[in-house]
Design a protein around this ligand. Structure first.
Ligand code: ZN
Length: 578
């Protein structure tokens, strides 16, 4: 695997034909070239990693080629094509406006534009992340864009079209790049895997494609990391493990439990999911998605809305065949209601357990007695100083509930386990959740929850806060990604178990940066700590518990989250200082 070249670079498309999932754009560009009706300036908009810069390069090469093929592709043989292929062409300029956004940078570029090409027909200027240009840089650029020399072509690329000022928009031909379909990404990954002799299960590649959310570059870099992780054998199991994806199997089982009214096993299954390091939000969102998938299976017309591989599609169809529409609608109602209110719940674990109990009660026909569903903000009469980790031991809950179902006349059921009763950490929670008209008491034993460990956790030494803090800091000082560095420094880590920790942020911007770098961070931390199943979750501190803002930077960040416009003001004022 040592000679393995990063796929995102190696498999970057070099022809219009090989660009994945943007046919509407490549066809329009080819037509324009053929008819000689090329615009002077283009604006390529779209999410990251969908082929904007790639298309810009292909266009630059094609319009300079001396012997364009009939399909409007560059010949790869003429002098211009050869110099492009060797990255030695004098006719293409790329400016990354994210790091070169000052007036001076643009002035240098404008100077360049005045000089006609020495060879070839066009000079092509690609300005990436063009929305990052300062206002004065934009203005300096405007004149050139208005009256460019005939030999100059501009391709501006951006992920944030709404930030481009109207005067620029009106001077460009605009192309909107789409997110690439999972199916297309998946096919491309199959091609790469086959060419590189990497063994794979189609479900594995599909999961990678899904996780990339329409970005081919992200998909390829995830693919690369997974190849390294797994020694070139991509299975569904090891991919979901590394990508922090919950196995479809859990949900298939869960629906079966719901349908047979099996509350106990539903709760135990949730315990397993938590043990794998997933949080409740992730779990309940996945459940709603699963139900939605079952719903679209009911009608052959909507089968195309199912974004899964054929094998898994078959399983969905089988399960859906046993579910009636009203039942699925009821499930979906409950599931999305709990998903929606999850954020506000105090005792998150109990909140999901109540949802599961409710779902599994639908088929038992005793849902009408389900009056007092815990309110999201006040779920149960739980004592306030509860620990951070939400806390019902699933086993106890199950015991209580299942024993209740056997003795429907008992109005209050308590766990009779003597060892738990001796434990002083025990608290008694009363919920009027379930079945019939009886009340169920659940023993909440924090100590038991803390001690509950999965097999995997026992095998490895595990992490401590000191260990994670050390490597976290180490990585934050070495990374070249300034945004990531910032987010890492402004975070607060809490270790939750021997292979799981949570990171808290003061703003959702930092949180989103960490989430998007999750693979990268986990790769590093897993290697450093030797904990293979290491995982983490992220959360944003609620307003009221926000830390005091001490430094000017803290204050600025806070203001920025309140009003993003402030960033622009800062840019403008900085410009004036210069
Ligand atoms: Zn050529």
């Amino acid at each position: 695997m040592e000679s393995y070249i990063v796929s995102a670079r190696k498999y970057r498309p070099a022809t219009f034909e090989s660009v994945v999932g943007q046919e509407h754009i490549t066809n329009t560009l080819k037509n324009a070239i053929k008819k000689g009706q090329l615009a002077q300036a283009f604006l390529f908009c779209g999410p990251r990693g969908v082929g904007k810069t790639t298309c810009a390069r292909i266009l630059a090469k094609a319009i300079n080629c001396e012997h364009l093929s009939e399909t409007t592709e560059a010949c790869n043989e003429c002098e211009s094509c050869r110099s492009f292929n060797e990255s030695a062409s004098m006719n293409i300029f790329e400016l990354d406006a994210a790091s070169n956004n000052s007036v001076d940078d643009i002035r240098r570029l404008v100077e360049q534009v005045r000089i006609p090409p020495q060879s070839g027909r066009y000079k092509v200027y690609i300005i990436d992340e063009v929305h990052m240009l300062t206002l004065s840089a934009f203005n300096a650029f405007l004149k050139t864009l208005e009256e460019p020399p005939a030999y100059a072509k501009f391709i501006l690329a951006t992920t944030e079209k709404h930030k481009i000022i109207p005067t620029i928009l009106s001077r460009c031909q605009i192309f909107d790049f789409k997110r690439i379909r999972t199916e297309d990404i998946s096919k491309h990954l199959e091609y790469v895997a086959t060419t590189e002799n990497i063994s794979y299960e189609p479900e594995a590649l599909h999961i990678v494609a899904q996780k990339a959310e329409g970005g081919l570059r992200d998909a390829l870099s995830m693919f690369d990391q997974l190849v390294n992780f797994t020694g070139g054998n991509l299975t569904y199991a090891n991919c979901i493990d590394n990508l922090n994806v919950l196995d479809y199997e859990y949900y298939f089982k869960l629906i079966d439990y719901f349908r047979s009214g099996d509350i106990s096993n539903s709760l135990l299954l949730y315990q397993q999911v938590l043990g794998k390091g997933f949080d409740g939000q992730h779990f309940i969102t996945g459940l709603s998605e699963h139900l939605r998938n079952l719903l679209v299976c009911l009608d052959p017309i909507t089968h195309t809305l199912l974004d899964v591989t054929d094998n898994i599609k078959q399983k969905y169809l089988e399960q859906a065949a046993n579910c009636k529409l009203p039942l699925l609608i009821k499930y979906l109602e409950i599931s999305s209601d709990y998903e929606y209110r999850y954020r506000e719940a105090n005792n998150k674990r109990l909140f999901i357990e109540v949802a599961l109990t409710k779902l599994a009660s639908v088929m038992r026909g005793d849902l009408q007695n389900f009056k007092s569903v815990p309110n999201a903000t006040q779920p149960v009469s739980a004592p306030q100083p509860v620990k951070a980790v939400p806390s019902t031991s699933a086993e106890d809950t199950t015991k209580a509930i299942s024993s209740e179902t056997q003795q429907p006349t008992t109005s209050v059921v308590q766990s009779t386990d003597t060892t738990t009763q001796e434990n002083s950490a025990k608290t008694l929670v009363q919920i009027k959740v379930p079945v019939k008209t009886s009340t169920i008491s659940i023993n909440v034993d924090n100590a038991n929850v803390q001690d509950a460990k999965t097999e995997d956790e026992v095998e490895e030494a595990g992490i401590t806060k000191e260990i994670i803090d050390e490597f976290w800091e180490e990585y934050s000082t070495t990374t070249k990604n300034e945004n990531l560095k910032f987010a890492m420094i402004h975070s607060d880590i809490t270790v939750r178990s021997s292979n799981f920790f949570n990171i808290e942020f003061e703003n959702s911007y930092s949180e989103s940066i960490i989430r998007s770098s999750k693979m990268e961070l986990l790769t590093y931390l897993r290697e450093k700590t030797g904990v293979k199943l290491l995982n983490f979750s992220t959360s944003v501190i609620q307003q009221e518990t926000r830390k005091k803002l001490y430094s000017a930077n803290d204050k600025f960040d806070y203001m920025r989250t309140k009003n993003p416009q402030i960033l622009n003001y800062r840019k403008v004022f900085k410009e004036i200082e210069i």
